[in-house]
Ligand binder design. Structure first.
Ligand SMILES: Nc1ncnc2c1ncn2[C@@H]1O[C@H](COP(=O)(O)OP(=O)(O)OP(=O)(O)O)[C@@H](O)[C@H]1O
Length: 626
């Protein structure tokens, strides 16, 4: 008797078509869900995933209700000449519905694994959301897409319950292999059932082996060249350009004083200037900053979590403030009162991320040229070459980010941010991931680049010396508030309050009280000090930097006190000496002042008899508010 092979062809045809539908629907649903942060997210995800957990017969029954001739959908389809129930179309629908969740879930999880800084970086380079999806997210998530497709195919091939309920078992039309196995076994034709079982096992095994080999080849190729490179070229043909600004609504108020100031600037056609007045509220953190930056590089200093990065992200349009306004060179980027929120891609603000955020599947040249896609090819190439030369990246053009050093990666990121000629450049701890040697090199390059950069620069760093070398002015943030904004000299020499003194690492601080117009009592050091600065009513603390203290031989000089050493701590060039004033210290923790001296000075000093005498120069004393 001739063996009927139709179940094999029906199964393969059904699974292939169902996989194509699930492929596109799964990618679209996952792409949308990745960005959707609304309240219905949990419900929608549940609905998309439901066919994965429901028994196939339940899915089949629901499909029967949906497509049956008594349902509005079934009725409508009948009228246009399409019959679903007990047709091949029914096998495709049933298989698509059960295969979809596997595609959707796998793709969503791989989309979510793509570093969000990469998308944010692309936004600051002027890229539309569609382009980001096609050029960044999809290529990087490609392994997940392939895995989802294979799983969806396998699931569609093995579908039984829903297909039987919706399509029945019509040999040569709707009878797939799983259904053929069931009916053969039920009729006692075990030989026939076994043949189909073996065919199913062979196909399933082939799928699993294919996944394994594919996964293995991905791992190997990761070490040679990054994935998705060729895909990028083909995908770029489908890029859709978004044309218009996305003006979003905000419902909050800006203070009229600040608004008037900003409008005045606009009317006056102000020069290069960034005006920031914003509030951003989280449950456990409130950011409230108000400052103006000009062509002089502004350094942002502050403890971890003080709001430095959040400030930059709001300016770049990567976070939406709750309230306030941001104006760059007279252009309103954000105004909660006027409901303006210019999207990141239109702000013309370059952003340098701490982890560089280089696109791993693009070469050095492709990374640098990413923000220039609107330019003609030749112009684009020459601009990229210009920045490759400027950043000394010649001969590295065709390498991928994982094939170059950290310092080179940072230079690529800097070139990519600068090549779009941004009106402002935001540098979020750009040197923190580098070792000391590279850090010095890149810092030097950065200073050179910034000296010729015409735009506004904000520079976030934790390192005081780096902030001092790179910036002209410094803004100090503490717990989301601006506590100082001044020239770097004033910030370091004359910190006006305790927070700024601590952030700029003033090691000697004492509570204080005014004695007369020229004298204060340092309560923690138990001494009176002559000062030259005017004493304000709000005076709370007196301080002096460790390297401003001097040892002297004249006990009767003003602001000079006997002292004993409680402890010392050495580095290769300097010694920090912990001193107790007036008395012998009880132990190594019992000290009043920290003094920093060079090793040579320490060598001369260390064997001198006690007491030594320490001098607090009135010109160096810092008077502070709380
Ligand atoms: N999406 C968010 N939801 C809730 N809180 C957030 C969110 N993003 C940031 N924060 C909080 O905002 C505060 C400021 O964060 P930010 O990253 O600006 O600090 P930072 O000064 O840059 O710190 P660091 O120097 O450690 O990078 C932190 O307390 C952080 O926990």
């Amino acid at each position: 008797m001739e063996f009927d092979l139709s179940p094999l062809w029906i199964s393969l045809k059904t699974a292939s078509v169902a996989t194509i539908f699930a492929f596109f629907a799964g990618i679209a649903a996952a792409g949308w869900m990745k960005e959707y942060k609304g309240k219905a997210r949990g419900v929608l995800d549940g609905i998309f995933t439901l066919p994965l957990v429901l028994p196939p017969t339940v899915v089949g029954f629901l499909l029967l209700l949906l497509f049956g001739i008594n349902s509005p959908v079934g009725n409508f389809l009948m009228q246009i000449g399409i019959t679903v129930i007990f047709s091949w179309l029914a096998t495709v629908i049933a298989s698509t519905v059960v295969a979809f969740p596997l595609m959707y879930k796998t793709v969503l999880s791989s989309f979510e694994q793509v570093d969000s800084d990469l998308s944010n970086c692309a936004r600051t380079l002027g890229t539309s959301e569609w382009k980001i999806f096609w050029l960044i997210v999809l290529p990087l998530a490609w392994p997940g897409v392939i895995a989802g497709t294979i799983l969806a195919f396998a699931r569609a091939l093995g579908e039984f319950g829903a297909t039987l309920m919706l399509a029945g078992s019509i040999p040569g039309r709707t009878q797939t292999m799983p259904i053929a196995i069931f009916f053969a076994a039920e009729a006692g034709n075990m030989r026939k059932a076994l043949i189909w079982v073996l065919v199913m096992v062979a196909i399933s095994l082939a799928v699993i082996v294919a996944i394994n080999y594919w996964d293995q080849s991905q791992r190997l190729s990761k070490n040679r060249e990054p994935k998705g490179v060729n895909l990028i070229k083909s995908l770029s043909n489908f890029v859709i350009f978004a044309q218009f600004a996305d003006i979003k609504l905000a419902d909050t108020q800006t203070s009229s004083r600040q608004r008037n100031r900003i409008l005045e600037h606009q009317v006056n056609g102000c020069s290069k200037e960034l005006i920031v007045n914003l509030e951003k509220n989280f449950q456990s953190f409130q950011l409230n900053v108000n400052f103006t930056a000009d062509k002089n590089t502004l350094g942002l200093l502050g403890a971890s979590g003080s709001g430095k990065s959040m400030t930059l992200r709001c300016i770049a349009g990567l976070e939406k403030p709750n309230q306030g306004c941001i104006v760059l060179n007279g252009r309103v980027l954000f105004d909660s009162q006027r409901k303006v929120n210019v999207p990141s891609r239109q702000r013309r603000i370059g952003f340098l991320f701490q982890n560089y955020a280089l696109f791993p599947h693009m070469t050095v040249a492709q990374n640098i040229g990413f923000g220039l896609q609107e330019l003609p090819k030749n112009e684009r190439r020459s601009r990229v070459q210009q920045y490759i030369n400027m950043m000394q990246l010649q001969s590295l053009e065709n390498r991928y980010p994982h094939q170059i050093s950290g310092g080179q990666q940072q230079r690529v990121a800097l070139a990519r941010a600068l090549v779009i000629e941004p009106e402002a450049l935001l540098l979020d701890e750009p040197l923190s991931a580098l070792d000391t040697y590279l850090r010095n090199q890149i810092e030097k390059l950065l200073r050179k680049v910034l000296s010729s950069y015409e735009g506004i620069t904000l520079f976030v760093t934790h390192k005081l010396e780096e902030a001092y070398r790179v910036s002209n002015n410094i803004l100090v943030l503490s717990q989301g508030e601006v506590v100082a904004n001044d020239s770097k000299e004033n910030i370091f020499e004359r910190p006006s309050n305790l927070v700024v003194a601590k952030i700029t690492e003033c090691k000697n601080i004492s509570r204080t009280q005014a004695v007369d117009s020229q004298q204060v009592k340092a309560l923690d050091w138990n001494c009176n000090l002559k000062v030259v600065e005017p004493i304000l009513n709000s005076l709370k603390y007196v301080g002096i930097r460790a390297h401003h203290l001097t040892f002297c031989d004249e006990p009767n000089q003003e602001n000079t006190f006997p002292c004993w050493v409680a402890d010392i701590s050495e580095t290769q060039h300097r010694v920090t000496v912990y001193l107790k004033l007036h008395y012998l210290p009880g132990d190594s923790e019992d000290y009043d002042l920290q003094v920093e001296v060079y090793k040579e000075k320490w060598t001369n000093l260390k064997d001198s008899p006690f007491p030594w005498y320490i001098h607090l120069d009135p010109l160096r004393l810092i008077l502070m508010e709380s």
